[in-house]
Design a protein around this ligand. Structure first.
Ligand SMILES: [Zn+2]
Length: 430
């Protein structure tokens, strides 16, 4: 809302058919906004006199969505906002670059989602992605990196696949002393060991499902043991089913034909078409697709056992359009056995709580940021309507879809030079 300089911001109201507040579906309610914040939720019939009302007929209003696992580049920012993703956590990038972007969207919320970041991924003696990863030979080196990243002001540290158990234990110890969250994409160490070492969050179901690759249907006994380990130590899971689904189907034209891919830089779409996962080896393709089905079954079991789950996409790996791929992740979580409301919580209230943003966003509640998403239909009964985005509010202001499209086209006019886009292109040309 625009205000004359010096005047108090005025209260205005959004009146959808229903409000999903991050936990409950509220019928016939309106949401009151003042400046950059939500100031209340009231019965639609009880909107105070004199308050300007924007009607959202046929729509459900939700908290702006949170993508807990992305690797950012500038060309993605308009797409995230267009999809109603108003907060992202970057889980591996160049430190100076991502800190600068975090500051930029904090100062100018209409330019992109709220950003949380980890800086580079902390890897072991071998480094999978040198442009966004850092090598560590022993435990002392890892502790020094954690201290340096904490001093730089990151929101969490991301441990990577080649770290040893000793290095993970030391990173957790040092991060704990500095009040920093630890998340991990595991490789050399299994999930039960990482949970016991105190890792707070595990990405991609790594360290569990990866260890039974090719072993056929998941063993329910093993899933129960993982669940017990995760519940005991309070581990949060960010499964990113959508990246495994897309990597198992890189050959499929369906993603190239998906209109939402117009939010992806053309150079990145071209790189996806050259990706090494694209293969004519039928056995390999079927095995990858079978693993996705096994992951869903495992995740369904972990959810039934009460494990905490949050949503992430791993944008920009192949087939993942910024923001819109998070809608697909929630649909995959529903396919894995989660009710739509539980899936919606993984990208709103549960995500905010896990990221330490419970007092900032993730719910429609007085005092929180007016980051909001209106979709046509009821996503609590049909999760697929999430992509029917009608309006997006960021920090109390409606975003203009055409301005976002223009910003995205402007970013596409030049070849991307950022570390993440370069990484995708390098993998394609390897
Ligand atoms: Zn990632």
């Amino acid at each position: 809302m625009e205000n004359a300089a010096g005047s108090e911001p005025s209260v205005w109201a959004l009146a959808p058919d229903a409000v999903w507040d991050g936990e409950r579906l509220l019928e016939s309610c309106a949401v009151l906004v003042e400046g950059e914040r939500i100031v209340g939720v009231c019965p639609a019939a009880g909107i105070p006199a004199g308050v300007a009302v924007t009607r959202l007929d046929g729509c459900t209003l939700l908290p702006g969505l949170i993508d807990c696992h992305v690797h950012l580049a500038d060309w993605m920012l308009p797409g995230f906002l267009a999809a109603g993703v108003t907060t992202v956590r970057d889980t591996g990038n160049r430190l100076d670059w991502i800190l600068e972007r975090r500051a930029r969207t904090a100062a100018d919320p209409a330019s992109g989602p709220r950003i949380l970041c980890c800086g580079p991924v902390l890897d072991g003696e071998a480094v999978n992605w040198p442009s966004i990863g850092r090598r560590h030979l022993g435990t002392r080196e890892v502790a020094r990196s954690v201290e340096e990243l904490a001093a730089a002001g990151v929101d969490a540290v991301k441990l990577y696949v080649n770290l040893t158990e000793d290095q993970i234990t030391e990173a957790v110890r040092r991060a704990g002393g500095l009040g920093l969250a630890v998340i991990a994409h595991l490789g050399a160490v299994d999930a039960e060991t990482a949970a016991a070492a105190g890792v707070g969050e595990i990405e991609h179901l790594s360290g569990c499902v990866h260890h039974v690759e090719g072993a056929g249907p998941p063993d329910p006994g093993r899933t129960s043991r993982w669940a017990a380990a995760f519940l005991e130590s309070g581990v949060v899971l960010c499964p990113t089913l959508v990246v495994w689904d897309r990597l198992s189907r890189v050959n499929d034209a369906v993603f190239a034909n998906d209109r939402r891919s117009r939010w992806v830089h053309p150079d990145i779409r071209a790189a996806w078409r050259r990706f090494p996962h694209r293969t004519s080896d039928t056995a390999e393709r079927l095995a990858r697709q079978a693993r996705v089905v096994a992951m869903k079954e495992t995740l369904g079991g972990l959810f039934e056992s009460g494990c905490r789950i949050i949503a992430g996409s791993d944008t920009p790996w192949p087939g993942l359009a910024p923001g819109f791929s998070l809608h697909d992740e929630l649909a995959l979580l529903v396919d894995a056995g989660m009710p739509p409301r539980a899936a919606l919580a993984t990208a709103t209230s549960s995500a905010a709580d896990a990221l330490g943003l419970g007092g900032v966003t993730g719910r429609i509640r007085a005092g929180l940021a007016a980051d909001l998403l209106a979709v046509e239909g009821d996503p609590t009964s049909d999760i697929t309507v999430l992509s029917e985005v009608r309006r997006v509010v960021r920090a109390g202001t409606f975003l203009d879809r055409r301005i976002l499209e223009d910003a995205s086209r402007a970013a596409f006019a030049e070849a991307p030079t950022d570390a993440v886009s370069q990484l995708i292109i390098e993998v394609a040309d390897r």
